[in-house]
Ligand binder design. Structure first.
Ligand code: BES
Ligand code: ZN
Length: 463
């Protein structure tokens, strides 16, 4: 182990230059103009997997962006870890708010800035380097490892279900490991045990058959932007609760024990508000911020547009207005059922003056993972060794749709071992990964793979 840790310390600079390469590829999955980059990124991942000693490396096509698979199966009798991550990233706009170009990695202070540094390329790379260190120093791994790095997580993993269904044998494993979430805070490592689900919709509100002069027609027709705004504003009541009938019907209530556990976490509402730059926090009455973000469903407007938004003034009464709406979901809501409820409600409240069209974009289900599994125990021990502190247990508000599917399709539980930070600007300008977490993550990766066999212990393992 000493030698493996020395290897990591001796290769710190090289790690950064390789990470820089990975982060320089603009693999934005939602924008087709980046399809060639996304393809190139898959190839980079495959080449890198080969360089760290993984076998049977394959770039596997899907109807969307490719999946990259590899394996190292030289530890018969030891458990098999399926490591999942994603090489795709979110769009970078608004570009002018970045302090350095999003695809040119820049280290300032203790932060590694670039799109994808935390979500998720940096965290995937952490395990590449953990595996590499073990392979280079010991010539083998303590466990069997399969890697599945996809290119469509940020757009809902739409093709991954079918991929998993078609490759059940190839993906056979004992547990899933994912590093695509955050620690509780800097210096406070954590194990995540729940993620929210998602239901994403787009609304089109159509009024007059063409844009109109707002002087000649204003006053005689319902402006679609106004109609849409009225509809959106009515979706929450004065207590911050969602007004859509049936929305909360299947929501699993928080237990007293869990609420007590949340309350004991080192979290200060005031400091949280200050860090976010908001004058006051907002949300569903009767719940704390952690409860609202981790364990209560929400409805957000992600974007709203229509009419003239260019420079200067243009007097126009637009023909159409649009909005993107997403709901974060908790057990036992389902993405499809919520989408139907939202659509039905929007159609019902639409004023007679306009036509409303609702399109479902994507979704995923909420997940709760066991915290007493051998995998989690190994992760706890690994974090303690890698970061010098016992981790705490937390939920997260974000979504990783495949977690539930891994359980459903492959029968596998997931260990969520996050190395990001809650303020790392994921999906926003100036995304970064903390450099101590980067190196601490690599050490933790080595410890996880090393600790796992002993925690797996007497459990039945696949040959
Ligand atoms: N890394 C995030 C998921 C995440 C976010 C976990 C915050 C924990 C805390 C992931 O890449 C992501 O952003 N997922 C999307 C999924 C969606 C497009 C289905 C999300 O949550 O918006
Ligand atoms: Zn991610």
């Amino acid at each position: 182990m000493e030698q493996v840790m020395q290897y990591i310390a001796a290769n710190k600079e090289r790690y950064l230059s390789e990470l820089k390469d990975f982060l320089s590829i603009p693999s934005v999955s939602s924008q087709s103009s980046h399809n060639a980059d996304t393809q190139r990124c898959a190839q980079w991942v495959a080449d890198h997997m080969r360089s760290i000693g993984m076998n049977n490396v394959k770039v596997m096509p899907t109807p969307g962006h490719p999946v990259v698979y590899s394996e190292w199966l030289g530890a018969p009798g030891a458990p098999t870890v399926l490591f999942y991550g994603h090489y795709d990233v979110q769009p970078v706009d608004p570009l002018n708010l970045w302090d350095s170009p999003p695809f040119e990695m820049s280290i300032r202070g203790e932060k590694i800035f670039a799109r994808g540094s935390a979500d998720d390329k940096g965290q995937v790379f952490i395990h590449f380097k953990g595996i590499e260190a073990l392979m280079k120093r010991n010539g083998r791994l303590p466990v069997n490892v399969k890697m599945l790095i996809e290119g469509e997580e940020e757009v809902g993993s739409a093709n991954l279900d079918d991929f998993v269904k078609a490759n059940k044998e190839l993906l056979k494993a004992d547990l899933v490991l994912i590093s695509d979430s955050s620690m509780f805070a800097k210096g406070v490592p954590s194990i995540c045990y729940a993620l929210r689900g998602l239901s994403y919709l787009e609304i089109e509100v159509a009024g007059p058959n063409r844009d109109l002069h707002s002087g000649s027609f204003g006053g005689s027709v319902h402006n679609p932007i106004q109609a849409l705004s009225e509809m959106i504003a009515s979706l929450h009541d004065k207590n911050g609760r969602i007004t859509i009938p049936g929305f909360y019907k299947t929501v699993r209530p928080l237990s007293k024990a869990e609420r007590d556990a949340f309350r004991k976490l080192p979290f200060k509402e005031k400091a949280y508000a200050k860090e976010l730059g908001v004058k006051e926090l907002y949300g569903e009455k009767g719940f704390s911020s952690l409860e609202r973000v981790w364990a209560r469903p929400t409805l957000e407007c992600n974007g709203i547009w229509g009419g003239y938004t260019g420079e200067g003034a243009k007097t126009v009464l637009p023909s159409k207005a649009f909005a993107k709406i997403s709901c974060r979901l908790v057990p036992d809501q389902t993405s499809g059922a919520v989408a139907k409820l939202v659509e039905k409600h929007l159609k019902k409240i639409a004023p007679k003056t306009v036509d409303v069209k609702v399109t479902f974009l994507h979704g995923g289900e909420a997940a709760i993972t066991p915290i007493d599994s051998a995998g989690v125990k190994a992760a706890v021990a690994a974090l303690e060794k890698g970061f010098g502190k016992k981790p705490l247990y937390q939920r997260e508000g974000g979504s990783i749709p495949i977690v539930v599917q891994f359980k459903k399709l492959l029968g596998l539980d997931t260990v969520l071992l996050g190395f990001g930070l809650p303020d790392e600007n994921a999906h926003s300008p100036n995304e970064f990964l903390n450099i101590d977490n980067f190196y601490g993550g690599i050490r933790t990766s080595v410890h996880f793979f090393t600790e796992l066999p002993s925690y797996w212990g007497k459990k039945a393992v696949r040959k």
